[in-house]
Design a binder for this molecule. Structure first.
Ligand code: MEV
Length: 438
């Protein structure tokens, strides 16, 4: 157990590393060299990464993989994915290839609206607040003109501001509920700056509003912040083909496959325990591209799962049907993304990822990411309803087990040969390695 540390943030990077090594490791020199092994040899590049956050001691690697052959709206994309879980990239690539020969992914942007709220309390006559808001509304726009100038030039800005009465939820609780168009930026800073100005305008104007009593003038701002729930910033991705065209190496009875597949989706639609795992599979693909393109995966995760609960019960993000002999599989997801600003112009690998995607607009990226989510879901359901998930997953995971046991090159060749025809499980691999080493 160590004592609390004072002034940690002011220590140099070396001091922080030394303290950690001395406090938590029986071999401090080994800990220091491990930490430093992950530093970039280019000092400027390392400094850039150090300064993304606070108290940085080193870099934390995630593999960046590539899923090629994503045919989306008749254009091929090569998709960068940052993820640690084996078999995710392979599954995305496999689905992409499968659908590329069956018309590819078709996507539609349903909306791009972002949301922010000023949460405040008002104690008094509601009709007076409503009248005050209607009179003051133009001022919310005019007082933010400086802040919104550039965004307006790019075709975005504040779309609308509403007064929302939330007193049924909490006494005296109201909101300014504002909607925004932020074009190719995720817009978090833009939205939060506008909201803080709205809050200022609100309190200043209320203080000078003659029709308000002393108490009514005293509007209290609780907080001003964007919402990561963006049910009107949504993209739809779809694949479809005649049922018989689903036939493939491992799908010899396409009708049976399609019906079972639809049942699997239906289960996720009606059963929350399954829905969470089903959607997790979708997020395997979504998060990996969100991360590789420098977007905020926590925001995306929070918003997507809220959207999955919009009916009041957590449910599947994807749906499937057969109509007139055509199998259709689709999903709708809210994705508030940026391809300018934030990390997109700072992180060299993010820049590379965006270049690989041919410098997409935020709307383009929404369409790519939704397609990868759908591809991932297709791959998972295809495995689950046919061979089971472990066959493919464990094949991909085999390398991790071999690394864990420090297998030599020679052992790897023998093990891989053996497991081409035998089911991979952790214990089977361990037993086989042990038998080789005897
Ligand atoms: C594993 O990361 C994801 C799956 O569990 C998704 C699913 O069950 O649909 C395979």
């Amino acid at each position: 157990m160590n004592d609390a540390v004072a002034g940690f943030s002011k220590w140099s990077k070396e001091q922080k590393i030394d303290w950690i090594a001395q406090t938590y490791f029986s071999n401090p020199d080994e800990a220091v060299s491990l930490i430093k092994n992950y530093w970039n040899s280019d000092e400027n590049l390392q400094k850039l990464h150090d300064e993304f956050i606070e108290n940085t001691i080193t870099n934390f690697y995630l593999p960046l993989g590539i899923a090629p052959n994503f045919l989306i709206n008749a254009k091929y994309y090569t998709v960068p994915m940052a993820i640690e879980e084996s078999s995710v990239v392979a599954a995305a690539a496999k689905s992409a290839k499968f659908w590329a020969t069956r018309g590819g992914f078709k996507t539609t942007i349903i909306g791009t609206e972002k949301i922010g709220q000023v949460h405040f309390t008002f104690n008094g006559e509601i009709h007076k607040l409503e009248k005050f808001f209607a009179e003051t509304k133009p001022k919310f726009f005019s007082n933010t003109e400086e802040l919104t100038k550039n965004m307006r030039q790019r075709g975005g800005g504040i779309s609308d501001i509403e007064l929302r009465n939330k007193t049924a939820l909490m006494p005296g609780y109201f909101q300014l509920h504002a909607t925004f168009e932020t074009k190719d930026s995720m817009g978090a800073n833009f939205i939060n700056s506008c909201l803080e100005q709205f809050a200022k305008t609100l309190t200043e104007e209320a203080e000078n509003h003659e029709a308000f009593s002393k108490e009514e003038k005293n509007i209290r701002i609780v907080m001003s912040i964007l919402s990561n729930y963006v049910p009107n910033c949504v993209v739809r991705a779809e694949v479809s083909c005649p049922v018989e065209d689903l036939a493939d190496k491992s799908i010899d009875n396409p009708k049976y496959f399609a019906e079972k597949f639809i049942q699997a989706v239906r289960i996720a639609e009606v059963e929350p325990f399954r829905a969470v795992t089903h959607n997790k599979g979708i997020m395997n693909g979504i998060d990996a591209v969100v991360l590789a393109t420098g977007n905020d995966f926590r925001a995306i995760e929070a918003g997507v799962h809220a959207y999955a609960s919009k009916s009041g019960q957590y449910s599947s993000l994807s749906h499937a049907q057969i109509e007139d002999g055509i199998f259709t599989f689709w999903l709708e997801v809210p994705l508030a993304l940026g391809t300018v600003g934030g990390l997109t112009s700072l992180h060299p690998l993010v820049k590379m990822a965006l270049q690989m995607l041919e410098k997409p607009s935020a709307a383009d990226l929404m369409q790519v990411i939704a397609s990868v989510g759908l591809a991932q879901n297709f791959a998972a359901l295809r495995s689950l309803t046919t061979t089971g998930i472990q066959e493919g997953h464990m094949k991909m995971h085999l390398n991790n087990i071999l690394n864990q046991f420090g297998a030599t090159e020679d052992e790897r060749v023998q093990i891989k040969k053996h497991f081409k025809t035998h089911a991979v499980s952790h214990s089977a691999v361990v037993n086989f390695i042990e038998s080789l080493r005897k």
